[in-house]
Design a protein around this ligand. Structure first.
Ligand SMILES: Nc1ncnc2c1ncn2[C@@H]1O[C@H](COP(=O)(O)OP(=O)(O)OP(=O)(O)O)[C@@H](O)[C@H]1O
Ligand SMILES: [Mg+2]
Length: 367
């Protein structure tokens, strides 16, 4: 994305609490209508960044632009944003309709108009007819939807959501994720969504910023983060990854190669090899990029190993394979296309061949 179509532009923002730096030179651009997520472990600065977008927190340095306007002198209630908090703070003593209409009370709208807008919201969040229900007579998921409706009814240009599904159990959470995504598409509002759950971020987002220690490590699409992580931290934060230490061995050849601990000297696309010959790198391969076979494959690279452990997980199985020259076993995941016998975990010590396609290899700096 270029700066010109950015709806939110965060430029070189720092945030200090006393001498503690919570946000470290963060820059990113978010497009209009984008579902954008901030993903990172607890304490990495997600809420702080969101609160700076909302105006509840000032920036120590740098600038935030929304819709082309610098925000530093704009108080929260004059920003075109609305925030949904993690603890869905709805008022238990008000009924559903009054909760949803709460933010409209200053707008001096006729009652009929207000009620029409509330009904529209109740339809949108799939709770039609719930207006007179007391807030404390709702389930967790229903309350969450009321909190969303209360924010959406004000038609903000940007909705900031701080772990809005955090309090829900797994099943409800997955259902709400689908509904949230559909809702966002329907209303076309820009969403900035905070989560520490990588699966949730991958499911929902157009793009994700991976954060660590107040810094942004990488901003990319879900597939971009998963298939072409730029650092070891990102590679291991999103999904599982096997790492093999290696040395670049281009030898002036037209095709690249890396000499690895465990996989031998493997061919690697030249565009992945930006470092000079002899540089130590990390070769990264996802567990599902390997193929397991009982006999040596006829073509391509293959390594013989021993299965030390297998776990049956229903639609797939996880295996750990010991190979010569590498201390930690290689994690491999396979799809259970055929109906499996037995199941559970096994420890078989069976010999097996590991193969992979050169284009699934990712080369990372050895940091
Ligand atoms: N008002 C404050 N004063 C001092 N330190 C703060 C303040 N608010 C946040 N911090 C610190 O800044 C860091 C980032 O906090 P933040 O709340 O942004 O993390 P987070 O990524 O949202 O974490 P979580 O996933 O646990 O909600 C933390 O180390 C936190 O202790
Ligand atoms: Mg937080």
């Amino acid at each position: 994305m270029t700066r010109s179509n950015a709806f939110i532009s965060i430029r070189e923002v720092d945030k200090y609490f006393g001498s503690f730096q919570a946000i470290d030179s963060v820059s990113m651009e978010i497009a209009q209508g984008e579902f954008f997520s901030l993903l990172g472990a607890s304490g990495c600065g997600k809420t702080t960044l969101l609160r700076m977008l909302a105006g509840f927190e000032s920036t120590t340095s740098g600038e935030i632009f929304i819709d082309g306007q610098p925000m530093s002198d704009v108080p929260p209630h004059h920003r075109p944003v609305n925030m949904v908090f993690q603890s869905y703070a709805i008022f238990p003593h008000l009924n559903v309709a009054d909760n949803i209409a709460y933010g409209l009370r200053k707008q001096k709208l006729p009652k009929a108009k207000r009620m029409e807008m509330v009904d529209e919201m109740l339809n949108l969040i799939k709770l039609p007819g719930y207006g007179q229900r007391k807030a404390n007579e709702l389930s967790g998921g229903q309350r969450q939807r009321i909190a969303l409706a209360r924010a959406l009814i004000l038609r903000p240009k940007v909705l900031l959501l701080d772990e809005p599904l955090g309090a829900l159990d797994k099943q409800l959470r997955e259902q709400m994720q689908l509904e949230l995504r559909a809702l966002q598409r329907q209303v076309g509002i820009t969403f900035v969504f905070v989560t520490h759950d990588q699966e949730e971020a991958l499911t929902l987002s157009d793009r994700i910023a991976v954060m660590q220690g107040g810094k942004v490590l990488q901003v990319d699409t879900p597939a971009g983060l998963y298939e072409t992580p730029r650092t070891r931290e990102v590679a291991s934060f999103i999904g599982n990854m096997n790492f093999f230490r290696g040395t670049v061995r281009r030898n002036g050849a037209a095709t690249g190669a890396v000499e690895t601990e465990g996989l031998g000297t493997i061919p690697v696309a030249l565009d992945q090899l930006t470092k000079p010959d002899g540089t130590t790198v990390q070769v990264a391969l996802r567990p599902e990029k390997f193929t397991l076979s009982g006999t040596k494959p006829e073509a391509g690279m293959a390594i013989e190993g021993t299965i030390t452990n297998s776990a049956y997980l229903g639609e797939r199985s996880h295996h750990y394979i010991r190979i010569p020259g590498k201390e930690e076993p290689v994690a491999v995941s396979t799809q259970n296309f055929q109906r499996a016998d037995g199941g559970g975990s096994t420890s078989s010590e069976a010999p097996v061949w590991l193969s992979w396609s050169p284009d699934s290899v990712v080369i990372l700096d050895d940091a």
